[in-house]
Design a protein around this ligand. Sequence first.
Ligand SMILES: C[S@@+](CC[C@H](N)C(=O)[O-])C[C@H]1O[C@@H](n2cnc3c(N)ncnc32)[C@H](O)[C@@H]1O
Length: 231
Amino acid sequence: MAGSGEAAAGVRPQTGRMATTSSSPGPWSACAALLYDPFLALGERRGMAARRRALLAGARGRVREIGAGTGSNLAPYPAGLDALVLTEPDPGMRARLHRRVERGGIRAAVVDAGAEALPFPDGEFDTVVSTLVLCTVPDADAAVVELRRVLRPGGRLLFLEHVRAEERRLARRQDRLARPWRAFAAGCHCNRPTLDLLRAQFPTVVAEPAVWRGMPRIVHPLVAGHAVVAR
Ligand SMILES: C[S@@+](CC[C@H](N)C(=O)[O-])C[C@H]1O[C@@H](n2cnc3c(N)ncnc32)[C@H](O)[C@@H]1O
């Protein structure tokens, strides 16, 4: 799968003391984190890994990733980043992320923070990354406002998210299965219109539709793209 964490040549050089925060995961959080990579593995092989690489090739300068999970994006980051800050609020995910960062000798900070209230000043980052996160964040509107706040003018949001289907039959199916899916998939909203939320804060958003192959049909519709903050 993508991001086995061993590479990430761009963010692993030299001295790199890792600033981290951690707390012990409870059994449910640890178990969900353990199952996350195996559950995604087929999808990664069937195109998601390549999509991550294509998206992250656009990362520059000081980079922050929200909901970094187990670190699936670590390997594809390009060389020469000035800083990489990985935020992740779930202790089980964060423990795995932390281990991957350490094992890879990657120079990155792992920070315990939810996307709705980020402990960073305005305009701190050149690039902000969100992959498969805005479906899960409880207050996605607040999270998108925060994404924009921490980007400098001219800074870039890179996103890869699964979204509400355009096709009506599939959208109805997403609505019917939204509750059980949310319970199964740790709070994920399979029917969330994430692209509309992004457009509300980033009018210049450029998005391409795609399909998340190798995963249940209700999360097939993807959008991948970027948005630049006006100067
Ligand atoms: C489906 S996983 C995606 C992980 C990773 N970004 C990836 O691409 O594989 C969703 C992630 O969002 C995190 N998450 C949940 N609530 C969040 C919040 N309020 N703010 C930021 N991340 C959150 C979860 O802990 C989980 O790591």
